[in-house]
Design a binder for this molecule. Sequence first.
Ligand SMILES: N#CCCn1cc(-c2nc(Nc3ccc(C4CCNCC4)cc3)nc3c2CCN3)cn1
Length: 312
Amino acid sequence: PVTQSPVWRALSPQHDQTLFEERHLRYISPLGKGNFGSVELCRYDPLGDNTGELVAVKKLQPNKQSTQEDFQKEVNTLSVLHCDYIVKYRGVCYSMGRLSMSLVMEYLPYGSLIGYLESNRHNVNTRRMLLFASQICKGMEYLQTLRYVHRDLAARNILVASESLVKIADFGLTKIIPFDKEYYRVTQPGESPIFWYAPECINESRFSHKSDIWSFGIVLHELFSFCDMSCNPKRLCMQEIGHNMQSPSISMHLANILKNGWRLSAPPHCPPKVYSLMKQCWAYNFEERPSFTSLGNQIEAIMQDERENLKG
Ligand SMILES: N#CCCn1cc(-c2nc(Nc3ccc(C4CCNCC4)cc3)nc3c2CCN3)cn1
């Protein structure tokens, strides 16, 4: 039937669930800032009776780093990802007035992992952190099957859907690895989160699944530090480098101390087996780093031990 044709669906918002009409998208409050844009809580309320659903809407904030083209790529990336551990794409909203587009996503009520762990540190135990870690691993394993490199895996970009479910978000820096290579070379690094970067990213702007593994190790460290500001990766690295550094040489100094074998120390009360996972992710030579599959299996094994210890 004509109403099922792609053109009809694209042109008639009420039939096509991926096109949101600006006039029904009611702003509620700010949710946060990601790469290239800000995220707001809105209610999509076509009936105008407050029965509409809550959605998270990301608007592009064009600046030197980000363009409409980057944002379109982020939308295209998210729209093809279907995984329980990746934030769901809902659609787009075109505002003709501003000739701009917004990305509409499912709203995750608990916010980012950072805020959640800071305000729930007393009732999040090792088992729950391992559960979150295994979910992030599964999300990254799925991303890898599609040849995507996230490039910004960090606790700030992990969202909490419920007490027992986290999802990977913010695909603003995500790149797809060309079919004939094992890595993606970035030209303009821009505002880089270098304290989450593997050495080859700092030195050669070389990004691969193995550099996402390094960042996963940093996320593990953030998780088991309850995202405590006092021991966040940037702060600990700067302490090691020395605060009196000026920006261009920070990445050079960071690359040096990593080359000399310095790594983040174990978070307080972190189980030794979990710290050993982090150290595996932080192998200087990217070929020695584990895969997300291997990490997932090791995390499940530690969870099993935790279960037995609890019974024991
Ligand atoms: N990733 C990334 C970086 C960009 N970013 C993404 C979101 C986002 N937040 C939520 N939900 C959300 C956020 C904050 C709170 C509270 C926390 C306490 N203080 C007040 C606010 C509550 C719920 N749901 C989303 C998204 C994207 C898709 N669905 C926010 N920032």
